[in-house]
Design a protein around this ligand. Sequence first.
Ligand SMILES: Nc1ncnc2c1ncn2[C@@H]1O[C@H](COP(=O)(O)OP(=O)(O)OP(=O)(O)O)[C@@H](O)[C@H]1O
Ligand SMILES: [Mg+2]
Length: 340
Amino acid sequence: MSPFYINKDSKALLDPIFSVLSSLSVLVIGDTIIDHYIFALPKGRAVKDPILSVEFKYQEKYAGGILAIANHISSYVKEIKLVTLVGAKKSNIDFIKKSMGQNIHLQTFFKPSSPTTVKKRYIDSYRNHKLFKIEYMDDRLIRPELTKEICEYLSQEIPKHDLVLVGDFGHGFLNQEIRSVIENKSKFLSINVQSNSANMGYNYVNHYKHPDFMTMDEQEVRLPLMKRFDDIENVIRDFHSTFGHQKFLVTLGKKGVLYYNEGKIHHAPILITDVVDTVGAGDAVFALSSLFVYTNAGNDLILFIANCAGGIKSNIMGNKESVTKEKLIKFIEELHNELE
Ligand SMILES: Nc1ncnc2c1ncn2[C@@H]1O[C@H](COP(=O)(O)OP(=O)(O)OP(=O)(O)O)[C@@H](O)[C@H]1O
Ligand SMILES: [Mg+2]
């Protein structure tokens, strides 16, 4: 258990960190995802087919993927440049623009004849369980001309920023040339490379060679090593010796978070028990822990903040809201109140 969890003087510890963060200029780059949630009430088995019949109730759209990551850090830092790729047809660009925090400057590139990635989930509105998901995406790699344009833009833009956050969801935006520019130009690089049902087996963290920090979930650390059943701490040590990374955080869902730093593995448990929706919980952990690692915060604090971010996000439906500074402070105050 992180000792910080029971420290009542959290304000004194957090204020100097918030002050450093408030002057930062951050470049955030990665795949845009629109999360479309359709809430419906199950009625029973359809009469003529062996399928579930549901009644539509309401629907909501949330800014997900890299949009959510940029929004999570928006209230902590001075300004954000968000670089992303959207589809030229069904771009959802108006929705994207109106969903972004006010200090986020959007730089969008357009993929010809493609839609912006939309993940449509059907939710049982009574029990809040997911029933089904359909993805609309064109995840083929972008053309060389567009790659060149993006690389030229990034070569100019990245050096102007203190910190670069990459959310690589493997949906057809980032390729090796773009990754290489990002790695060469960033002053401080933090990455999250997702393995998901759409990219399974093709999007591992070893696409990147020397990030300063990264977060992964348990599958994402096991898959590149092909170590399915080994003890997770052995896998983490193996990950370090195979790829050489010095600092990385592994999220374990309801088992909390492990942090590898300077040859040691540190653990902290989850801080909440009831969840609403864990979609994007790892992204919230990535966003906030990257900021705290950048400020050289201590191991315990980084672990604690990671679980705060995961906990706050897991109590929000989809990416409807972000893990703002205000929410973080309130969450910590409530934890302290519970202990009294
Ligand atoms: N069931 C849960 N109960 C409590 N906390 C949870 C639960 N699931 C996730 N969390 C919190 O969120 C963090 C990240 O979760 P997880 O490991 O599932 O990320 P992930 O698989 O990368 O998610 P995503 O890719 O959808 O963003 C956990 O470390 C924990 O703090
Ligand atoms: Mg994840």
